[in-house]
Design a protein around this ligand. Structure first.
Ligand SMILES: Nc1ncnc2c1ncn2[C@@H]1O[C@H](COP(=O)(O)OP(=O)(O)OP(=O)(O)O)[C@@H](O)[C@H]1O
Length: 577
């Protein structure tokens, strides 16, 4: 909770006041027992404490009880109000800062994280964290508070018996503390497995058609069954072992009553007012143990909420890219990689790679799968910063230019275009918010998507994305190209945009790209070499190094990797007819 308050930057004053009032409210529960005890002492003829003679008068006793209940009501009202107000203030500020953090996460990290996982974090997990403040913590602290007050009152009646009653408390706490770390680790293990299983499920559903065609569904179902069985085992383990320590805690606490009896017997005549004193003592003993047992239940809820907080903490621990206070202005968009190395975790992808691309024209990056082609585009768009070396645009290091200015300079079209939930018009206009309808239509015509959009029932107002119309890969790509055209950025990065579309769409996209490439600097990653033969220069990448560069004709003449890849693709396409 301290970490959440610190991350939120909110002042926890109201919340702490609320907590205090809630603790006081619960402490008033002891009042009737105390009054009854004092009254019984008086009735039994025990000498009453100075100033407590009024206890003999039933009307004063009734008035005291009434005052107590009114006080309890007032404390409950203000305590809850302040707790809720303070909680929502803290969690609201925390949520805002968290969203801001997510917004500033490196694009590479956002691409790696599954959307589902992030939205779970920002909805379910944050809600669980919210519940710590709004409900669980106040009840938990109030329960601890009333227990503490009860044991103090009991100590006032008889210190030795109070000590006997509380003797097992530390042991009970030890049981809980010992199990905490285990519970956390088990929770994180389950969380990791859950993420893997969710990922497998998404892959399975996405690739179901292909899997069926290749009769591979049975293997996948077996794999998924294994993952679910594992998840079930981990979940049961958590419930079993997570609940176990809480049971042990309750048992150890309740043993305090047994110790109390033994101590009572051993001390023989412990109190002058026995047996009335004994009666009051046992009633109050339950007010000590009862809330502590309640607290164990809140503790289970707290532990689940702590799991969620730990998951959210991952976001805070993910480093942000350093951003300059004022981004440097590059001189044009000539690109230069200077001895750039990059690794995903431990896996090196680019090794001291250097090349320079002049402004204007089309550069294609080709090479075998996994060579690091997309990674070059990702570094250029500053999804990540390089581990070593420098990526420059217009002579300035991207770290000096800063992400905001850099993103103004470039447009990127991916192979897997994600359109957001909204109309087609809004999706294209994302390229330039101020663009008029006429400019959007012009960009769509140039991207060769105006025709099919006009053919849709609601035209440009047709909704796409989640719950909307599903478009083909080629159609989505042309919309994305229209968006890039509208943005009119001088540097264009294309990541295998024609890899997964049919020849007709490929032709349409190529034509649109041709328009997009005019007057711009284009860097494209391509698998199909036929789509890059007209590029002004081609970089051939293998194992994270540039092994060849030149035009299509020059590279064919060199007879190296490019030439071999070209002939291999040529032969495949010829065989396909
Ligand atoms: N987010 C990531 N986390 C970990 N490894 C990654 C990540 N993205 C890519 N890689 C790995 O880095 C290597 C280079 O990936 P990259 O996508 O740059 O290659 P590529 O040449 O574009 O490959 P392809 O043509 O198959 O798309 C690959 O081995 C890939 O598995």
């Amino acid at each position: 909770m301290r970490r959440i308050v610190a991350r939120s930057g909110a002042v926890p004053g109201a919340f702490l006041w609320g907590l205090t009032l809630r603790v006081l409210e619960r402490c008033t529960e002891l009042g009737p027992y105390l009054l009854a005890y004092l009254w019984l002492c008086h009735a039994a003829g025990a000498p009453s404490a100075p100033g407590l003679a009024w206890i003999a008068e039933p009307r004063w006793l009734a008035a005291a009880l009434l005052a107590l209940f009114v006080l309890q009501g007032v404390l409950a009202l203000y305590g809850q109000r302040l707790c809720f107000l303070g909680s929502y203030r803290i969690v609201g500020a925390y949520r805002e800062r968290l969203l801001d953090r997510v917004r500033r996460l490196p694009l590479g990290v956002l691409r790696e994280r599954r959307i589902g996982h992030l939205s779970d974090l920002l909805t379910d997990d944050i809600q669980r964290v919210e519940s710590i403040f709004t409900h669980v913590s106040a009840d938990f602290v109030a329960a601890l508070g009333v227990s503490a007050a009860a044991i103090l009152v009991l100590a006032g009646i008889d210190t030795r018996l109070a000590l006997a009653l509380a003797a097992t408390g530390p042991l009970a706490l030890l049981v809980l503390a010992a199990s905490r770390r285990w519970f956390e680790r088990a929770g994180l293990r389950k969380h990791a497995r859950y993420r893997e299983t969710a990922g497998l499920l998404v892959e399975f559903i996405g690739g179901l058609a292909t899997l069926r065609l290749f009769h591979r569904t049975a293997d996948w179902v077996a794999r998924l069954d294994g993952a679910f069985a594992d998840l079930r085992r981990l979940s049961l383990g958590i419930e079993k072992w997570g609940g176990g320590p809480v049971m042990a805690y309750r048992l150890t606490l309740e043993t305090g009553l047994v110790v109390l009896f033994l101590a009572g017997g051993w001390l023989a005549a412990p109190m002058e007012t026995a047996p009335l004193g004994w009666l009051a003592f046992f009633l109050l003993a339950y007010k000590f143990i009862g809330p502590l047992l309640e607290a164990a239940e809140y503790l289970v809820m707290l532990r689940h909420a702590c799991q969620s907080e730990l998951k959210l903490e991952e976001i805070w621990q993910t480093g942000l890219l350093p951003e300059p206070a004022r981004g440097a202005v590059p001189d044009g968009v000539a690109v230069c990689f200077e001895r750039v190395s990059f690794a995903y975790g431990e896996q090196p992808v680019l090794r001291e790679i250097s090349f320079a691309l002049p402004e204007g024209g089309v550069t294609a990056i080709v090479g075998p799968s996994g060579a690091g082609k997309s990674t070059i585009l990702h570094l250029l768009a500053r999804f990540h910063d390089p581990g070593a070396g420098a990526v420059r645009i217009g002579g300035r290091d991207l770290r000096e230019i800063g992400s905001a200015r850099l993103h103004d300079l470039l447009s990127m079209v991916f192979q897997d275009v994600q359109l957001f939930d909204g109309s087609i018009l809004e999706n294209i206009r994302a390229g330039r918010e101020q663009a008029s309808d006429a400019e959007v239509f012009a960009a769509s015509r140039a991207a060769d998507c105006h025709g099919f959009i006009e053919g849709l029932p609601d035209g440009y107002r047709t909704r796409v994305g989640e719950g909307g119309l599903s478009l083909s890969g080629g159609e989505r790509q042309r919309i994305s190209i229209a968006c890039a055209l509208l943005k009119n950025a001088p540097l264009l990065l294309l990541d295998e945009v024609t890899a997964a579309v049919d020849p007709a769409s490929q032709f349409a996209i190529q034509t649109a790209l041709g328009r997009l490439a005019a007057r711009r600097t284009v860097i494209m990653v391509a698998h199909r070499l036929s789509t890059v033969r007209n590029a002004d220069r081609i970089l051939v990448l293998r194992d994270g190094e540039v092994v060849e560069s030149g035009t299509h004709a020059q590279l064919l003449e060199q007879g190296g990797l490019y030439a071999r890849m070209w002939h291999a693709q040529d032969a495949t396409e010829a065989a396909r007819g």
